[in-house]
Design a binder for this molecule. Structure first.
Ligand SMILES: [Fe+2]
Length: 260
């Protein structure tokens, strides 16, 4: 049976945009998507304590809309990774097994964790890696620096590869930054290496604020744009802030809708 899923770009606390994206994709499908993936910087702060454990600039510092959500508001099961602006001090306290529910009981939003792979909705194999790359990053610095929490470790990359290989063929890889080599100033080489190693059908990423479509070998790369209204204050195009996909009976994933 065909499975449908929605991908959403950087949310940055504007969770009303998540509701809009789900509603617009429901308009395309005539039913809700089976699940939702989000590419990091969701800023799912439950309270001020979560915000205190998030690396962000003073200008953009806010608890945001996540705390106002109630059961039923996010009407399809949603899974998010961490970007470089997420409440890692709180997220890192979760011990798994991932994905782990996040927010109030019954909300239907789950954190995928730092790294890993699993099958979602019994049909789509998904691998993921939270954070961005920094060549000097040392995971032990995470205890002393909130900013350092936003960097992935090479051990986490290896963990994603290991779990992905246990699953076999990977349908979707979700990372925050782009893979290296597709943009002059964006992208992480370890993410490129990850794509070339596990060879997913589809690679979803964000972080760069603008939408992009490209290819690495057999993999289609879709970078999602930042959600409105964040696109307005960053003066970016909103085209491509969500994408809707179906995985057909033959196992092929295709994009059937784009947020404009
Ligand atoms: Fe980011």
């Amino acid at each position: 049976m065909t499975t449908t899923f929605l991908a959403i770009g950087d949310v940055h606390g504007y969770w009303s945009s998540v509701r809009t994206a789900i509603s617009q994709s429901e308009g395309v499908l005539g039913r809700l998507p089976d699940f939702v993936l989000q590419v990091g910087d969701a800023e799912a702060h439950r309270n001020e304590d979560d915000l205190a454990g998030c690396h962000t600039s003073e200008k953009h510092r806010k608890v945001g809309e996540f705390r106002y959500l109630r059961p039923g508001d996010i009407s399809a099961p949603m899974y998010f990774i961490g970007g470089n602006h997420d409440p890692y001090v709180s997220l890192d306290q979760l011990s798994g097994p991932f994905p782990v529910p996040w927010g109030i009981d019954g909300l239907g939003v789950s954190y995928l964790g730092r790294s890993g792979a699993t099958k979602i909705h019994d049909s789509v194999t998904v691998a993921w890696l939270s954070g961005i790359y920094s060549s000097g990053a040392d995971p032990s610095a995470r205890q002393k620096s909130v900013k350092a929490r936003g960097y992935f470790s090479l051990a986490e990359v290896a963990h994603t590869i290991s779990e992905a290989s246990d699953l076999g063929k990977i349908d979707v890889l979700v990372t925050h930054n782009w893979p290296g080599g597709l943009h002059p100033s964006l992208g992480d080489q370890p993410i490129r290496d990850l794509v070339e190693t596990i060879r997913p059908q589809l690679h979803l990423c964000g972080h760069g604020q603008d939408a992009f479509v490209g290819n690495i070998g057999i993999t289609t790369v879709h970078a999602l744009a930042v959600v409105p209204p964040a696109s307005i204050w960053w003066n970016h195009e909103r085209f491509g802030w969500w994408r809707l996909y179906e995985k057909t009976d033959s196992g092929v994933i295709r994009c059937i809708g784009v947020g404009e």
